[in-house]
Write a protein that binds this ligand. Structure first.
Ligand code: ADP
Ligand code: MG
Length: 642
C-alpha cells in the first residue's frame, strides 16, 4: 500500500571527473519498506558508506533516482534535505561522532536545537532517552569520560532525539569490544521491533545475521538481496515532539553556543578580544581628548564674545605688526555711528611699572573706554569701572586685574588706594573678575585698565590706538556691519591702512582646525579597530578549520546552512560586541584618567555609539567570510575530516 519508504533506481556514484573518475556505486536498485531491519553487508571499500550517505541525504548520487516516501530526493532543496536529516533520519557512526566539548546530555540535545524544541523539553527528552539506554549516571560526562560502548549509546540516543524513523548505522559495532557490540546490537534490534526502520551497515556476517534481511554489496553492486518484506504499518514509531521553532530561541541558543566555544579556548578568545578592546577604547579616548581640546579652545575664544569685530592699524598683509600709527579716537567715534554697532572700545597698550608701598609689578596697561566691560562681557568683582566723564576729564583712575591685586595688595583692600604708574598717582576704583589664561596661555588678569585719554596723554605720550573692538547688536548682521566699517574707514583714511577681523569667523576657523585634529586622532584609532577586526577574521577562519567535523556532525543531525552561518557569525559578533563593551568601559576610564592631568576631555554619546557600532560591524564583516565558509561545507566531507 502506497509508495515504499525508500526506493533506489539505477543509483550510481562516482568521485572525480574525466580520467580520474572512480565509480564507486553502479546501478543500485533497492526497495526498503517501513519497519524493516536491513543489514547491508560487504567487504571494506565495497561502497557501503557511500550508499549510506546517499540514503541519509548527506550526499547526492551522480545518477539514478532516489525516492523517499514517493518524493524524488533530487528535487529537494538544501533546506529540505536538512529537514529530512533532522526529522526522519538518525545516524549512528562507527566513530560515534560526538561533540567533544559537550556532555552526553548536550550531545543528545543537538538535533533538537535545529527542530526548535524548548530548552526544558530538550533536556527532559535527552535525559529520558539516556535513561532508557542505561546512561542515567553519565548525563554530565564528556565523551572522553565515556567508554566506547557508552559513547555509541549516546549517539543512538541522539539518533532518536527527533524521532529517528529511519536509523542509519554505519559499522556501529566496528570499534567496540564484543560485549559492548552485543549491547549495541540488542538496542538496535529493540528499536527495529518498536517500529523504527533500521539500516545497518557492516562487514561482519555475524552482526548482519541479526537483521531480518541481508543485502550483499560487492564492488559497488548489489549481489544478493532477498527482496523487501511487506511494510509494517501496524507498529507506529513512538510520537516525537513536534515543536514550532522560533528565531529568538535559535539566536539565544547560538549565543549560548558562542559563549561555550569561546570559553573552551579562553586564552585565544582573550587575545582576539584584546584587539577589539584596544581598538574601541582608543577610538573613545582619542575622540574624548580631541573633542575636549576643541571645546576648550572654542569656549575660551567664544568667551571673548562672538559678536566682536576687531579693528587694527596696518595694511591687511601686515597683521601682527605693532605700532602702526593710523587709528585715532575720531575713527572710533565715527564707528559708533554705524548701524548695528553697540559699542566701540579703543585700546592703547603698553607696559608700565606699578608701585604700591614697597611692592613693584609690571603688568600690561590697557588704556580703554568706559564701554570695555560691556563690550568684552567682563564683569568686575569689586568697585566700579571708570565712566565717560572720567575719559573726558583725563581722570587718573585705574581698574586692576586680579593678578595685579595679588601682586601689589596681598593683605590690603586695593579699593581707594593710590598706586604709582610711571610716577603718576592713580586711584584704584575697581577690580576685574578673574578670567584666567587665554587660549594662548597668557595671563589675562595681569592687566591694569585706565581711561584711554589719560593713558594716551600721560602714560604713553601718543594718541594712536592699538585697536578698536567693536561689538554689534545683531550677530547675524555682523558681516554687513564689518563691510560698513570697512567703507567708512577707507573713506576717512583714503588708503587701506587698517584691518578688520571678525571674531565669529575666527572661532569658525579655529574649531574647523581642531575638528580636523579630532578626526585625525579618531581615524588613527579606527585603524587599530580594523586590525582588531582582521584578528577576529583570522581566529574565526582557524576556528572553522578546526571545527569542520563539528560542522559535519551538526549538519548530519539536521542543521541547515543558515544554522551554521548563524552559529559562526554569532561567535564573531559575540567576540566583537564583548570586546566593544569592554573597550567602551576602558576607553571612558582612560579618558577620565587623562582628564585628571588637566588635559581637557569631553565625553559625548556619539563616539561611544560610533566605536561600539564599528566593533559590531567589524564582527559582522570579518565574521561573515569564515561563517559562510563553514556553512558551505559539504556534510560528507566535513564529517570525514579529523
Ligand atoms: P566501505 O564503507 O564499504 O568500506 P566506502 O563507501 O567508504 O566503502 O568507499 C567506497 C570506495 O569509494 C572506496 O574505494 C573509497 O576509496 C572510495 N571513496 C570514498 N569516498 C571517496 C571520496 N570522497 N573521493 C574519492 N573516493 C572515495
Ligand atoms: Mg565504510
Amino acid at each position: 500500500m502506497g509508495a515504499p519508504l525508500i526506493s533506489l533506481h539505477g543509483i550510481a556514484k562516482q568521485y572525480g571527473e574525466g580520467e580520474l573518475a572512480t565509480r564507486v556505486l553502479h546501478d543500485i536498485n533497492l526497495v526498503i519498506n517501513r519497519g524493516e531491519f536491513v543489514a547491508i553487508m560487504g567487504s571494506s571499500g565495497s561502497g557501503k558508506s557511500t550508499l549510506m550517505h546517499i540514503l541519509g541525504c548527506l550526499d547526492r548520487p551522480s545518477g539514478g533516482q532516489y525516492r523517499l516516501l514517493g518524493r524524488d530526493v533530487a528535487s529537494l532543496s538544501g533546506d529540505e534535505l536538512a529537514a529530512l536529516r533532522r526529522d526522519t533520519f538518525g545516524f549512528v557512526f562507527q566513530s560515534y561522532h560526538l561533540l567533544g566539548g559537550l556532555s552526553a546530555r548536550e550531545n543528545v540535545e543537538v538535533p533538537a536545537l535545529y527542530s526548535g524544541l524548548s530548552r526544558a523539553e530538550r533536556k527532559a527528552r535527552a535525559e529520558q532517552l539516556l535513561t532508557t539506554l542505561g546512561l542515567e549516571n553519565r548525563l554530565g560526562n564528556k565523551p572522553s569520560q565515556l567508554s566506547g560502548g557508552q559513547q555509541q549509546r549516546v549517539s543512538i540516543a541522539r539518533a532518536l532525539m527527533n524521532g529517528g524513523d529511519i536509523i542509519l548505522a554505519d559499522e556501529p559495532t566496528g570499534a567496540l569490544d564484543s560485549h559492548s557490540g552485543a549491547e549495541v546490537m540488542a538496542l538496535l534490534t529493540g528499536l527495529a521491533r518498536q517500529g523504527h526502520t533500521v539500516i545497518l551497515i557492516t562487514h561482519d556476517p555475524k552482526v548482519a545475521a541479526q537483521a531480518d534481511r541481508r543485502i550483499e554489496i560487492s564492488d559497488g553492486r548489489i549481489i544478493a538481496d532477498p527482496g523487501p518484506a511487506s511494510a509494517r504499518e501496524d507498529t507506529a514509531v513512538p510520537a516525537r515532539p513536534r515543536p514550532a521553532g522560533s528565531l529568538a530561541t535559535e539566536l539565544l541558543e547560538a549565543v549560548r553556543t558562542a559563549f561555550r566555544s569561546l570559553h573552551s579556548n579562553l586564552f585565544r578568545a582573550a587575545l582576539t578580544l584584546l584587539g577589539i578592546v584596544i581598538g574601541v577604547a582608543s577610538v573613545i579616548t582619542m575622540l574624548a581628548i580631541g573633542n575636549g581640546s576643541q571645546q576648550q579652545v572654542v569656549q575660551s575664544i567664544s568667551a571673548m564674545g562672538s559678536n566682536l569685530l576687531l579693528v587694527r592699524p596696518g595694511a591687511p598683509n601686515q597683521w601682527g605688526r605693532r605700532a602702526t600709527s593710523t587709528l585715532v579716537a575720531a575713527d572710533m567715534d565715527a564707528i559708533k555711528e554705524v548701524a548695528n554697532v553697540a559699542a566701540a572700545v579703543p585700546e592703547i597698550g603698553g607696559a608700565a611699572t606699578l608701585r604700591f608701598g614697597n611692592l613693584d609689578h609690571s603688568p600690561e596697561i590697557n588704556a580703554t573706554s568706559a564701554d570695555f566691560p560691556a563690550a568684552r562681557q567682563w564683569a568686575l568683582s569689586a568697585g566700579t569701572f571708570f565712566t565717560a566723564d572720567d575719559e573726558q576729564s583725563y581722570a587718573t583712575v585705574a581698574v586692576l586685574g586680579q593678578s595685579v591685586v595679588d601682586a601689589l595688595f596681598p593683605d590690603t583692600d586695593p579699593l581707594g588706594q593710590y598706586v604709582m604708574v610711571n610716577n603718576i598717582l592713580f586711584q584704584v576704583i575697581g577690580v576685574m573678575a578673574p578670567k584666567g589664561a587665554s587660549p594662548w596661555g597668557q595671563d589675562q588678569d595681569d592687566v591694569v585698565f585706565v581711561p584711554y585719554t589719560t593713558g594716551g596723554l600721560r602714560l604713553f605720550g601718543q594718541q594712536f590706538l592699538r585697536s578698536i573692538t567693536v561689538s554689534v547688536d545683531d550677530v547675524a548682521r555682523i558681516g554687513d556691519t564689518e563691510a560698513e566699517i570697512h567703507r567708512l574707514l577707507l573713506a576717512r583714511h583714503g588708503v587701506e591702512d587698517f584691518q578688520i577681523r571678525n571674531m565669529s569667523s575666527i572661532i569658525d576657523t579655529v574649531s574647523a582646525t581642531t575638528r580636523t585634529f579630532t578626526w585625525l586622532l579618531g581615524s588613527i584609532a579606527a585603524i587599530s579597530l580594523l586590525v582588531g577586526g582582521i584578528g577576529v577574521m583570522n581566529i574565526m577562519l582557524v576556528s572553522v578549520t578546526e571545527r569542520t567535523r563539528e560542522v559535519g556532525i551538526r549538519m548530519a543531525t539536521g542543521a541547515r546552512q543558515r544554522h551554521i552561518l548563524q552559529q559562526f557569525l554569532t561567535e564573531a559578533l559575540v567576540v566583537s560586541a564583548l570586546g566593544g563593551a569592554i573597550g567602551v568601559v576602558l576607553g571612558l576610564a582612560a579618558a577620565a584618567l587623562v582628564g585628571r592631568f588637566e588635559i581637557p576631555v569631553y565625553f559625548s554619546l556619539s563616539p561611544v555609539l560610533l566605536a561600539f557600532g564599528c566593533a559590531f560591524v567589524t564582527g559582522l564583516v570579518f565574521g561573515w567570510l569564515p561563517a559562510r565558509k563553514a556553512a558551505r561545507l559539504d556534510p560528507v566531507i566535513a564529517l570525514a575530516s579529523e
